[in-house]
Write a protein that binds this ligand. Sequence first.
Ligand SMILES: *Cc1c(COP(=O)(O)O)cnc(C)c1O
Length: 358
Amino acid sequence: MRKWNFCAGPAVISEDVLLEVQSETLEYNDIGSSVMEISHRSKIYKNLANEAKEDLKEILSIPENFEILFLQGGATFQFTMIPMNFKHLTGTADYVTTGTWTKKALNEGSKIMNINNIYSSEDDNFTYAPDLEKLSYSKNASYVHYCPNETIQGNAIHKIPKIDKPLIADMSSVILSAPFDVSNFALIYAGAQKNIGPAGLTIVIIDKDFMKNGNPNLPNLLRYSEHSKSDSMLNTPPTFSWYVAGKVFKWIKKCGGLDYFKEQNNLKASKLYDFIDKSDFYSNPVKIENRSIMNIPFILSDSLLESAFLAESEQNGLLNLKGHRSVGGMRASIYNAMPLEGVLELIKFLDYFEKKYG
Ligand SMILES: *Cc1c(COP(=O)(O)O)cnc(C)c1O
């Protein structure tokens, strides 16, 4: 039996999507085999791949001057691929460090080029974040990198900034949670396994003019423009993940698009934060204006109760509430595919557990 799954990633996928995939597992569209068993160069696969791209374009209102790439290597590989492509412009870039992932991006990027860590909230365990429009950037920075939703700390920058430098965002855990203006960015990337679909796929949305500036001397697999020229099929793409992501995009459209999910996600998060804030037993350390809508960490007033909490929550059908090993405590990831009902069940359990042990 399926239970409420609060895993940070790979994360819950809508049951509608999974059932559809199940119904096509043996045979897709009368072709005599599944999607997993056909060539990525076949007409049938190319059609579904392109449809996924077009649906994503529609959902996010991605302007014509942006390319959408379906790559591999995860968000983590982008920590390397971005500096490799754009180092040669000025040799330097500015990074905003608000959690584990941006710190990793900074460390990986620093192996390749000069990176200025222009802002860090590490002094307070990444529990707050800046307004990017108020930061000052290095004159010669080729680009500015930040993460609007730090998945581990639940530390978010909600305002999509307008700055006069090419802006790059790691949107792995927040993409598709609400509409936003893609044109503010030079490059957006996201690993699929949070809000898009199965692991193995990485979405990159890149301004075509910015893409043209990429270092032409890199091997093809490292070049955005080469991936673009080949419709993300320089080599065999992760065909199954791409196919399921396409189904997720159709499901998003059917539900009412990103306006619908924005409303639902805000509702889910506010119900959970309200409960946590009213309780003396649970708490969330993140500054209110920076609280994530997608990943909600919380700690118990008595950390000795953590193992009982995890065991009992699981018995009550609530899975994967353990916080990331680096920060401890608990974390509820409530992506698009987690319905309000699941969050209400979680709140019911939090209440029960507090009354029993608090
Ligand atoms: C999960 C995550 C990553 C790492 O993704 P991989 O696909 O495992 O490389 C990077 N950044 C953020 C914000 C994430 O949530």
